[in-house]
Design a protein around this ligand. Sequence first.
Ligand code: SAH
Ligand code: SF4
Length: 393
Amino acid sequence: MSGDSSQLVGLDAGDPAGVNRRPLFGLDAEALAAQMVAAGEPPWRGRQLAEALYRQRIAELDAITTLPKPLRQRLAAEGWEVGRPQIAQVFRSVDGTERYLVQCQDAETVETVWMPEGDGGEAGDGSGQEIDDGDETGEAGKRRQRATICVSSQVGCAVNCQFCLTAKLGLQRNLTAGEIAGQVVTVFDRHGVEVGRDRMNLVFMGMGEPFLNYENFMAAVRLLVTEVGLSPQRMTVSTSGIVPGIERFAQEPPEVRPKLAISLNAPNDQIRSEIMPINRKWPIEAVMDAVRQLRLRSHERITFEYVLLDGVTDRPEHAVEVARLARKTGLPVKVNLIAWNPGPGIEYTMPQPEAVETFRQALAGEGIPTYVRRPRGRDIFAACGQLKRTVEG
Ligand code: SAH
Ligand code: SF4
C-alpha cells in the first residue's frame, strides 16, 4: 500500500479543468478493452490493463509499464486513473484483527476488516474447505497465510436492524463495483497476499446490505472471481433477507455465486419483526421460499446467522424453535451463533457466556451443525455490527 494520501482528496493536479476523474479499477476486461479501442489502441491492451490492475495490483497509472508511456500520458490527460480505494487509517486489535478505514475517490470512507485465521464462522461447511488445503507452505517454502476479509457493500445501511451500529449511519450511498472489489485488492496488497498460495476467505458482511446494491455487488464478485482469481466457494454473502435479491442471486451461475448466509437472528416472526423491521415486509417463510430457489453445490450449506441478545433471543426455548425452523426449511443448513457486540446508543445486553453455550448445545443436540463465531477485534470496534467508521482507536 502506498502511504501517499495526496491523491485521496480533492481534484487531481493533472485535472485543472475539473474533468471528471475516471477510475479504471472496477471495469472488467471487456470494458477495459472497449476503452482502449476508443483510445485508438488494439483491444488486447485491455487485457494488459486488467492484468496490471487485478493481478499485479498496480495502484498508479504511470506505473503500468506494459502500456507505452505516451498512452499512459494520454489516458491521464483524459482523466483516467487507477482510482482504487486506499487505506486511510489502520486500527489493530490485540487479537491480530485489523480494521481499515478505506477511502474512496470522493473521500467517502468505508470499513474493511482483516481477520487472520478467520473467525470460526467459515468452518464446518465442506464446500470450499478442501480446496488447496494441503501443506502449510507454498512452493517458495513461504508459510501460507490464512485470513478472512470482511468487505462492505454500502456506506451505512438503510435496513435499520435495532441491534446494529451500522444502522445508525443510515444509508449514505452505494459502493461501486470497483470500491467493493478494491477493498479486497488493497488489503491483499497490504498483506502481500499471493492468490493461489494463501487461503483467503471473503465475507460480504461489512457495512451495508449487499442485496440492496445488487448490481454493483455482483459485478464486484465477478471481478474478484474472473480477474483477481478467487473462488466463489470461499466467499459468503450475508443478507438480512431481501427476497427479490435472494431470488436474483439464485439465478446466478454457480461459477460466480458466493455462498449464502441469512441473518435469521430470531426464532419466530414476532421477535424478528421487533429487532429487524424488514421482517414485516419479508417474513421468515418468504425468505425461506426464496432461499429454496438456490441450486446448491455439493456439500454446500446455507448459513443462518443468529445474534444472541440477552433475554431477547438467547433462551433455551428459542433454540428449540430455531432447530424446528431449520429442519422445516428442508435445506442443508448450519447456524453461526454471534454473541451480540455492544455499541454506544444500543440498548441490548450481551448474552451470558453460559447462555451461548447452552444455546449451542441445544441446537447441536437437535442435529443442527452449530458454530459460535469468535468475536474479533471488539477492542477496535471491528466485530460484527460494530462498523460505524469509529475513528477512536
Ligand atoms: N447487512 C448484512 C450483512 C452485514 S451484517 C446482514 O445483515 O446480513 C453481518 C452480520 O452481523 C449479520 O448477521 C448481523 O445480524 C450481525 N450483526 C449486526 N449487528 C451486530 C452486533 N451488534 N453484534 C453481533 N452481530 C451483529
Ligand atoms: Fe444493515 Fe445488516 Fe446492520 Fe441490518 S445487520 S442494519 S442489514 S448492516
